[in-house]
Write a protein of this length. Structure first.
Length: 299
């Protein structure tokens, strides 16, 4: 009799797990610079909110390294190509993700998740939400808008002097998405991550095909962001080549016009979604996120 009860119990638990897993598409999260997978005040809080909104949903918060401390350090010092490779292996080894997943990237985690979608198509990423991601890179330092413009330009030039040196590209994560609009050729030649995933070195058709397989690509921009320069990078915009003042939108860029990533076609198919918030970097209310993201794209 005890054995019978045990079998019934196990069958009940297994059935509940199957129903729960199939009710909502699993969610993969990737944190930003200086953060980690599981801090209770950041990604841990996001996971709690997600579980409230999508009860029982399976979640994987990417952790690069054996510990949370490793994860934080690697957000600065492990090359994105290696991080994306490790994340791909992580996702492939999770049986609950085998039917596909939705993804949310926070700040630089957005670029990394997009690279994951382009380079690691199995299992398939379905809807991708970029929260303040820098898809055309950055050309400025955090909070630089609060100081004199000439000082910002000086610091930019100092960074430009070393950003594309091979040793710097492999020593500092942020150098791999530093984008100098004053010297586009140097950027394309020296960038070991961003220029590649943006198909600016050569055209990788698999990147296009895999990105276009997304059902939705949602980009959230923070209108008063002091961390990301230019802010329009969060919507795949950037400075016009040759200067660092005038902004061009994604739709005005050669990347879009030549459709080097399939974004033009995705836009025409209604797969690109541009949302904005009035706050600073990563400042949003969960009620807004629930209404505009979870309800629309995850349920």
């Amino acid at each position: 009799m005890q054995l019978l009860y045990s079998r019934v119990y196990l069958f009940f638990i297994s059935s509940c797990l199957v129903v729960t897993c199939e009710k909502f598409t699993p969610v993969v999260l990737w944190h930003g610079m200086g953060d980690a997978c599981c801090f209770p005040f950041s990604l841990g809080a996001v996971q709690k909110h997600l579980n409230d909104s999508l009860p029982g949903v399976h979640m994987l918060s990417i952790k690069i390294g054996n510990t949370v401390v490793d994860d934080v350090e690697n957000s600065y010092f492990m090359h994105p190509n290696k991080q994306v490779q490790l994340a791909c292996e992580m996702i492939k080894s999770d049986p609950l993700l085998r039917k596909g997943y939705n993804a949310i990237g926070f700040s630089q985690g957005s670029q990394f998740l997009r690279a994951l979608a382009q380079r690691c198509p199995v299992p398939r990423m379905k809807s991708f939400v970029s929260v303040g991601g820098q898809h055309q890179g950055v050309y400025g330092i955090p909070n630089c808008l609060s100081v004199d413009h000439r000082t910002c330009d000086y610091i930019r030039r100092m960074l430009n002097h070393a950003a594309y040196f091979s040793w710097m590209q492999h020593a500092l994560v942020q150098a791999t998405y530093w984008h100098d609009p004053l010297n586009e050729e140097l950027y394309k030649e020296g960038s070991t991550f961003l220029a590649d995933i943006n198909n600016e070195k050569s055209i990788n058709q698999s990147y296009i095909d895999n990105l276009m397989a997304l059902k939705n690509f949602v980009m959230i921009k923070f209108e008063t962001d002091t961390m990301v320069q230019p802010i329009e990078s969060e919507w795949f915009g950037f400075y016009e080549p040759g200067q660092a003042k005038k902004i061009q939108t994604l739709q005005e860029s050669e990347l879009y016009k030549q459709d080097r990533l399939g974004l033009k076609q995705m836009d025409q198919e209604g797969k690109l979604h541009f949302l904005s918030l009035p706050g600073n970097h990563q400042q949003f209310e969960w009620s807004w996120f629930d209404k505009n993201i979870i309800d629309k794209y995850f349920k």
